[in-house]
Design a protein around this ligand. Structure first.
Ligand code: SAM
Length: 221
């Protein structure tokens, strides 16, 4: 299955162009994976429109990213010419592109756009590409308690859906949802040191809508 082509179409329509670093990602990096050495290397899986790039630049780390959408990568290379070679088009379920080991691999809402089997393939690559004592930080992995879990049709297993028609998960292809048991199973070859479940319920207007997601840190064993 791999990269959902819907993302290319989404960026072509100038949608989903998040430009500001995601606050949970900033907090998690500061709290659990603060760079300690000059040579600290970070790989972002699915950097999208580059929202998190200014944050990593401000930390003075060596930042790399892989992203499936050619058009958004072309734009990012123009915006960040000094790291153009470090941002590459690749399907992270197939390869992590760079022949390097990383101190930190981050994923804000990207692996969760893939089916369970492909996520497992990526996590094998992640485990191989992390340095000893390296960390994986996952932010905004959708939870089965998210209201949109009730939409769409199942693909592959009860954790992956497609054809979500309404709301912020519409038109992005496959979407993966996880409960705690499933996350622990996906990361059984890592050591999860921190895990949080967020539930944000709309109160005004009360549309009975809940955004629910997971944030976590998984260390290489
Ligand atoms: C919700 S966006 C998140 C973008 C960015 N991480 C952020 O925090 O703003 C998900 C991104 O993951 C990318 N993506 C999803 N599946 C992918 C895959 N298998 N290989 C490479 N990129 C993928 C999409 O193209 C999209 O840019």
């Amino acid at each position: 299955m791999g990269f959902s082509k819907e993302w290319e179409d989404t960026y072509a329509k100038n949608a989903h162009l998040s430009k500001w670093p995601w606050s949970d990602l900033v907090s998690y990096v500061y709290k659990y994976a603060r760079p300690t050495v000059d040579s600290y290397t970070v790989l972002e899986l699915g950097c999208g429109a580059g929202a998190n790039i200014p944050f990593f630049k401000s930390l003075d780390v060596k930042y790399f990213a892989i992203e499936g959408s050619e058009s958004i990568v072309k734009q990012l290379k123009e915006i960040h010419p000094e790291i153009a070679e470090q941002i590459q088009v690749a399907d992270f379920t197939e390869s992590l592109y760079f022949d390097l080991e990383f101190d930190l691999i981050v994923d804000r809402g990207s692996l969760t756009c893939n089916a369970t089997g492909d996520i497992r393939k990526s996590l094998l690559l992640v485990a191989k590409s992390l340095k000893k004592n390296g960390n994986f930080i996952g932010i905004d992995w959708f939870s089965t308690e998210h209201s949109d879990y009730n939409q769409g049709v199942y693909v592959e297993d009860k954790y992956t859906k497609r054809d979500i028609q309404r709301g912020h998960l519409a038109d992005i292809g496959r979407v993966h949802f996880a409960d705690k048991t499933h996350l622990l199973d996906l990361f059984k070859d890592f050591k999860i040191s921190h895990m949080e479940h967020k539930r944000i319920k709309g109160e005004m207007p009360d549309n009975s809508f809940t955004i629910a997601s997971w944030n976590f840190v998984a260390g290489k064993i």
